[in-house]
Design a binder for this molecule. Structure first.
Ligand code: ADP
Ligand code: MG
Length: 677
């Protein structure tokens, strides 16, 4: 048996188990050893029921009675009575009805990591995990590895198979350069993997996790640094700065640039002059004026004979960008085309032809820009709005459309914490817009409990009387019997038949056809509606400066960054704007809502969000999906800093990455993930 042995050749792994393992991507012994436990349960501290103290506890008990019942919509409660020699205890699980089948009356179980607490007038054990006692290893190691549940395969089965691989631990190769392992005083890879699967004490697991997390971060950061080095060797288009062209464009704007807009534009124009392609992130809170910065750069590119492509995440936004840019650029003879899904037939064919011939200078679009049919003419500059909404593959496809790599500008309103900037975005240069354009009044935000609803409607009415407009946001399109959240359709009808019967009300949601959506949005912009009742499709970037009220129904249901994004739809003109966060109950508002009521600062709120939810939640998709970090988290700023120093030292040492094939393979994979080119 060695690391490449197929799993079905192991004793006790039948065809069925092998198939289950395969469906999780585990085919060989090596794959299974790399499948690390999610966590470890400690069963050294088993306490008798009679002696439990509040907090996290583990007990060994039988389950006397168990049943599940629905409590209200979306909540099923499982209750059980657990018994050991010292006493009895009530246990509850929320939305885990399978416990009823799992726990038989005659067997003994370990109940791990439940919370023993006083609730509803009595002590209970909440949400413990359960393992059949007789299935646990006899001369029990004190920490029990718990594996991610594979389809139909219990943690216990995985444990049994891995147990048989124990003799192989010593042959696991070292994958980090020995100089790094030594300098950082890390556990060897073999010891670390062994400690994860067969831990003797908690300290082993801590050191093993440190080693494995370090390795993941080292690979990721090295990839990003190598990308930067490789980018610097690429040939791009040199676009020479023409002061008169830019000055003339800026002087025709209806406003003066903020200092940070000026600086950002300058950064970009300097990058254009280099022979290597730009790779820059433009970060700025909602309303900070990123579009005009992009417009300045597009003006310069066009003057040098280069096409610009701008990609937006939705049709509404693409249409809006096209309109804005067209207004800004057409006085200078720069033409703007809009390529979205709803442009069809002859019009589409004509647009393709114009793009290919260079008849349009700036092409704005959604994913339609990625299609193979689109051929550009001397594409020199690519702008991606809200870049986190685009996958890496999509970006690569677009960038692959031009023989020479175009300059790239990614624009985002999502503040990027330093840890992320160092790891994933290490190869990017960053410009920040950190001031709001002049004359803007900060939005006033208010939490509203149900009894105050009528008073708020009166205030909205006052704004409408003054000629302003309002958004009302609901989480759902239509009512859902599963919960009592407000829906766009019902709310719209209700308002038309009651308080706002004398007002014009538009309705918008994501299931409408793109041209219908655009129509409604355009009508709202043209003031054909006083009120727009909408789902969160208006979330990003929509610009109606006359709208001064943002009313968000069931505000508790939205995340902090989403609320902040929604609020950013108002406060875009010279009038005072208001955001009303409508709560569905009289309960004490969450910390999240209290924070957003107090602050308009997106960067501050991003940090609050990170603290309240943890970076795993926010960047979770990215981490576990694309980045494939099993052990490391982007919250571990200390380890990130260490790994960054170590990668720099490795590059400086002149060692050859190719001498470490395992590392090289992972780094190459990460390079494809993190690169923007
Ligand atoms: P975002 O950064 O959210 O994409 P936009 O580019 O949509 O912001 O700009 C928001 C609004 O601010 C637009 O109406 C734009 O015309 C206006 N704006 C941009 N820069 C300035 C400025 N320097 N002074 C006044 N208004 C500005
Ligand atoms: Mg924008």
């Amino acid at each position: 048996m060695n690391l490449t042995t197929k799993l079905e050749q192991i004793k006790g792994v039948g065809p069925k188990t092998a198939a289950q393992l395969r469906s999780a991507g585990l085919e060989t012994v090596g794959d299974l050893l790399a499948f690390l436990p999610r966590r470890h349960e400690d069963f050294t501290n088993v306490a008798p029921i009679a002696e439990l103290k509040p907090g996290n506890v583990t007990i060994r008990a039988r389950c006397e009675k168990i049943s599940t019942r629905p409590v209200r919509r979306g909540l099923r409660l499982t209750t059980a009575v657990l018994v050991d020699d010292s006493g009895k205890l009530n246990a509850v699980w929320f939305n885990q009805p399978y416990r009823t089948q799992q726990l038989g009356a005659s067997d003994e179980y370990f109940f791990f990591s439940g919370v023993f607490e006083y609730n509803y007038g009595r002590y209970q054990l909440t949400n413990p995990s359960a393992e059949l006692a007789k299935e646990l290893p006899v001369q029990a190691e004190r920490l029990l590895p718990v594996y991610r549940q594979l389809r139909g395969l219990k943690s216990q089965t995985v444990r049994k198979i891995i147990e048989q691989l124990r003799p192989l631990m010593s042959v696991l190769p070292e994958t980090l350069p020995p100089s790094v392992v030594a300098h950082e005083a890390l556990m060897s890879r073999a010891d670390a993997i062994s400690a994860m699967h067969f831990p003797r004490q908690a300290g082993d697991v801590v050191r093993a996790r440190e080693r494995l997390a370090f390795e993941e971060l080292f690979q990721l950061i090295l990839a990003s640094q190598l990308n930067k080095i490789e980018n610097q060797k690429l040939q791009g288009h040199r676009i020479v700065f023409e002061p008169d062209v830019v000055r003339q464009f800026v002087s025709q704007l209806p406003f003066a640039l903020t200092n940070s807009q000026r600086r950002a534009a300058w950064d970009i124009l300097q990058d254009f002059e280099h022979a290597t392609p730009m790779n820059r992130l433009l970060q700025g809170d909602v309303g900070s004026g990123k579009t005009v910065v992009a417009g300045i750069a597009a003006r310069q590119a066009a003057s040098a004979g280069h096409q610009t492509a701008l990609m937006a995440p939705t049709e509404i936004l693409a249409a809006q960008h096209a309109e804005t840019l067209s207004t800004l650029l057409s006085p200078f003879g720069v033409t703007v085309g809009l390529l979205v899904g709803s442009v069809k037939g002859v019009a589409r064919a004509a647009l393709y032809a114009q793009i290919a011939s260079g008849g349009v200078d700036v092409v704005v679009g959604t994913h339609a820009l990625f299609q193979d049919k689109v051929a550009f003419h001397n594409l020199g500059f690519v702008i991606i709005d809200e870049q986190h909404r685009f996958g890496v593959e999509q970006r690569q496809r677009l960038l692959g459309k031009s023989g020479v790599l175009p300059h790239l500008l990614a624009m985002t309103a999502t503040p990027i914490p330093r840890s992320l900037a160092l790891t994933v975005y290490g190869e990017l240069d960053v410009s920040v817009l950190n001031e709001l354009p002049g004359g803007r009044k900060p939005i006033k935000t208010k939490l509203v409990s149900p009894p105050s609803r009528d008073k708020i409607y009166q205030r909205v009415e006052r704004e409408l009387q003054a000629g302003r407009q309002a958004y009302i946001i609901c989480g759902l399109i239509r009512d859902n019997p599963e919960n009592d959240r407000k829906s766009v359709e019902t709310e719209c009808k209700k308002l038309k038949n009651s308080v706002f019967g004398h007002r014009t009300i538009g309705l918008l949601h994501g299931k409408m056809k793109p041209d219908e959506k655009d129509h409604v949005m355009q009508d709202f912009k043209d003031k054909k509606y006083d009120i727009l009742v909408s789902t969160t499709v208006v979330e990003v970037g929509v610009d109606v400066p006359n709208a001064t009220v943002m009313m968000i129904e069931d505000a508790e249901q939205f995340g902090l960054s989403q609320l902040h994004q929604l609020r950013g739809r108002v406060g875009r003109g010279k009038h005072q704007s208001y955001c009303y966060l409508m709560m569905s109950t009289n309960n004490k508002p969450s910390e999240r809502l209290r924070e957003i009521e107090q602050s308009n600062d997106g960067f501050y709120l991003a940090e609050v969000d990170m603290r309240l939810r943890g970076p795993g939640e926010i960047y979770g998709r990215m981490q576990h999906g694309a980045l494939n970090l099993q052990i490391a988290t982007l919250a571990d700023t200390k380890l990130i800093a260490r790994a960054q120093k170590a990668t720099q030292a490795f590059i400086a040492s002149g060692e050859n990455l190719a001498d470490y094939p395992d590392l090289a393979r992972e780094v190459r994979r990460n390079q494809r993930l993190t690169t923007l080119n």
